[in-house]
Design a protein around this ligand. Sequence first.
Ligand code: ARG
Length: 587
Amino acid sequence: MASVTSLSDSVQQQLASALSATLPEAAGADPLLRRSDRADFQANGILALAKKAKANPRELATQVVSRVATGDELIKDVEVSGPGFLNLTIADRAITENLAARYADGDRLGVPLKENAGITVIDYAQPNVAKEMHVGHLRSAVIGDALRGMLDFTGEKTIGRHHIGDWGTQFGMLIQYLFENPGELAPAADVDGEQAMSNLNRVYKASRAVFDADEEFKERARKRVVALQSGDKETLELWQQFVDESKVYFYSVFEKLDMRIRDEEIVGESAYNDGMPETARLLEEMGVAVRSEGALVVFFDEIRGKDDQPVPLIVQKADGGFGYAASDLTAIRNRVTDLHATSLLYVVDVRQSLHFKMVFEAARRAGWLTDGVTAHNMGYGTVLGADGKPFKTREGETVRLEDLLDEAVQRAAEVVREKAQDLTEDEIQERAAQVGIGAVKYADLSTSPNRDYKFDLDQMVSLNGDTSVYLQYAYARIQSILRKAGETKPAAHPELELAPAERALGLHLDAFGDTVFEAAAEYAPHKLAAYLYQLATLFTSFYDKCPVIKPAPPKDVAENRLFLCDMTARTLHQGMALLGIRTPERL
Ligand code: ARG
């Protein structure tokens, strides 16, 4: 593995040293380098520095320019513009050599691993046992998986936690029903995902009916909750059946989503059951939590609800039971102390942001979250229907995630079939899955996670515009170009002069690693999506303006262009893979 310094980082370094040589007090200052329309890069940082040093900005800029080495190696040209900006042009040779070094580095494309990587525990894809998954669970899974892909690529160590809803009073009713009607739930080993969910639904409905109609059953269900919490063996065995059956269903949905979930990372609320009494005891001893009307709660000055009354976080209810907050507080202790997390990331609906705000603050007061550990709730917005209202079925029910995915794949099959010339039916179905699921993921990831977005299948599988299908086609098109080139193979020729469209593409390709690092640090997958879309767009204009195969350019030019094609394909492939989206070789 050989990492490559990006052109912008190299230029940045040169400018910074020219700057500190000119103005010693500017050592370490940021020259503020940006991509620019006027030249390849523009640096705006001199203005503020000149102001501070009470110097004339244009004069300072001119002095800096005189110290910048220009030539074939990196900076071909630099000039002062406007009130004291620097416009920089990169040498063609530097662009090609830089990309060639990336090209030689396999999948990593020359992107370095971060120094001092931390450990991020990422809480995502957390459905609830015995319940159907809906579009909200889609967002958590898709965004979480993409963030994880990006963080891993930077060298961060990530540990997944699927904090599934597998504990609580609602299980009393289910377990009691199963206890009284043994055999109602088929063994998990005998069912597929669909059967598992339909069994769970049946048991849920039946037990609900008894629960609502029969006061004595209600009482037995309540006792069952106590038995569950105190670890009664038989009760736990029945509870386990619900968990196992649900997992069969979860896995089938995650597989449809083309997402790998590791069993050891499914650590739900129940896993923290044993630690919860201690969490409560410690909080009370430290005075972080106080007794209020029998419950154990944490108050926050700044968090108030109606009538300006403080809204507390409930650690333990008056009846002694522990809830959602206690499990999250206990999970934090585990993640920081035992897993040694340096960052905690929660990909959870923005409607739970107050919960996390309180949980984080309580954990800080207790000293479980220390200054060295960051905690962040990546609160995502709501999925809306094409009409702009929260996404529901025609009957007004929440949409089952599976139905939605099936429909996306079916729509994609229509698109693939229309385009396919030589594909068999099996191949069409395989591509349709990759296109349909990719479309769903990309539509989600290409908007900033905290915004709502419209679930509009027509738009998602469109070949035009900012869609994954457009990116997948760009990738497949390049593969077809490479095949058509036959004997001519991609090869870099740094001695060649580059056309403007080649330079624009090359400079963008160089920025891949910097973009992934930025997007990962900001938990912003949409920045990577936007980069990839721009990459495909730049490729399209390059391919329009610079013939690769016909009319045949000179051999070295053809090879260098094929090299740019292949480098684009590899970057698209890697970038899409980080987002969890496939790039089929043919479409
Ligand atoms: N199961 C919860 C839900 O469906 C999400 C869990 C989020 N994670 C957490 N650590 N609280 O709403």
